[in-house]
Design a protein around this ligand. Structure first.
Ligand SMILES: Nc1ncnc2c1ncn2[C@@H]1O[C@H](COP(=O)(O)OP(=O)(O)OP(=O)(O)O)[C@@H](O)[C@H]1O
Ligand SMILES: [Mg+2]
Length: 346
């Protein structure tokens, strides 16, 4: 009589802050029923930060989807002879060491055929398929799961930041299509505190992804170094330049240039490999909020750069979520939205 109600929490544990989104589906209607964010003051008390955040956000759902990222996560796009999914999995277990810089028994492996590529014929006339290979160090997964369980939560899926970013974009497009043409190539760029994720997608398939270790913290460091002030002062000046906008922008310009050039390399790599231009660039993440970023990116890429809010156009339970606060932090919520969007997986 009341219809089915299901909830899922997307929990993004970044290096700077923890972000959380709860999605609830009631009678086929999806709503954001919980939202929160919390700075990580003490990395040794991360479990308490997560527990307090969920409590403050009024989220009671224990089923969470989380993600790992960083240098212990390896993503590769490889060509393999065409074969069944089952054969692909066993073949990769033997061949993975060709692609990853770790011992195979140190990692958890996952792979998926990239259907959008179909099958191609290589120079020797053999049929090939493209496969996405993901390897994550077992110790990273173990530590991560330990944290989630210690916080009293039930991990449903452990994802990877980059793919959560792609899922957020796909999920958001269900509500307000940004992509009219399946052939459109989109570069998603999420700028956090220590890293920037790049995921180039077409027709909801990832064609390229990379993590660049340049982001918000590097802007703070540049301000601190160039102004000769400590990092606490530099950070507050970054967040609130308070009349010193021009000086702050000057301090971070070389770092912004470096980041833009790194991203540009990825765009070039994709464009050369697939002989196809990237059509649109969508930027998110807390680090993207720095002033001067859009102008630098557009100058270096020589094309328009768009900011997007992964929470826009989603229905909200207004008694549980403050729409103004959600809007203010929207850009930072991409990963958590992408994680929670797995509520649609059946
Ligand atoms: N208004 C703002 N202007 C400039 N920088 C900002 C602003 N708001 C947040 N930031 C910066 O954004 C970064 C945090 O963004 P985010 O929450 O996306 O990172 P994170 O997910 O914790 O980090 P990572 O993904 O790198 O582990 C910090 O460096 C912070 O100083
Ligand atoms: Mg992040």
């Amino acid at each position: 009589m009341f219809g089915k109600k299901r909830s899922l929490v997307g929990l993004d544990i970044g290096s700077h802050s923890v972000k959380v989104i709860e999605l609830t589906e009631v009678r086929d209607q999806l709503k954001i029923t919980g939202f929160g964010h919390s700075l990580i003051e003490n990395k040794d008390a991360l479990k308490d930060t997560v527990v307090d955040l969920l409590r403050t956000a009024g989220i009671k759902t224990r089923r969470v989807v989380t993600a790992v990222s960083g240098r212990s996560v390896i993503v590769r796009y490889i060509n393999m002879p065409a074969m069944s999914d089952e054969d692909m999995k066993s073949a990769l277990r033997f061949e993975a060491d060709k692609y990853i810089p770790f011992e195979v028994d140190e990692v958890v492996l996952d792979c998926a055929r990239l259907k959008d590529f179909g099958e191609t014929t290589n120079a020797s006339g053999e049929k090939e398929m493209k496969v996405l290979l993901v390897a994550v160090k077992q110790t990273l997964i173990d530590d991560h799961l330990q944290l989630i369980q210690a916080a009293g939560l039930t991990p449903v899926v452990v994802d990877v930041d980059t793919f959560a970013l792609g899922n957020a974009f796909e999920f958001n497009s269900l509500h307000s299509p940004r992509v009219e043409d399946e052939e459109q190539v989109i570069a998603l760029v999420d700028i956090g505190a220590i890293k920037t994720n790049i995921n180039i997608v077409k027709n909801n398939t990832s064609y390229f992804s990379r993590e660049v270790y340049l982001a918000g913290n590097d802007f703070t460091e540049a301000i601190s170094r160039r102004m000769g002030i400590d990092s606490v002062e530099a950070d507050s000046l970054k967040l609130n330049p308070d009349g010193k906008e021009v000086e702050v922008e000057e301090c971070i310009l070389p770092t912004l240039d470096d980041l833009a050039n790194e991203i540009h390399l990825s765009l070039d790599y994709y464009e050369n490999q697939y002989d196809r231009e990237v059509d649109d660039i969508y930027v998110s993440g807390g680090g993207s909020r720095i002033s001067g970023l859009q102008a630098t990116f557009e100058r270096v890429f020589n094309r328009r750069v768009d900011f997007w809010d992964p929470t826009e156009n989603l229905d909200i339970r207004a008694d549980k979520v403050d729409p103004d606060e959600l809007k203010e932090y929207g850009a930072q919520m991409a990963i958590s939205v992408g994680l929670a969007s797995r509520i649609l997986d059946r």
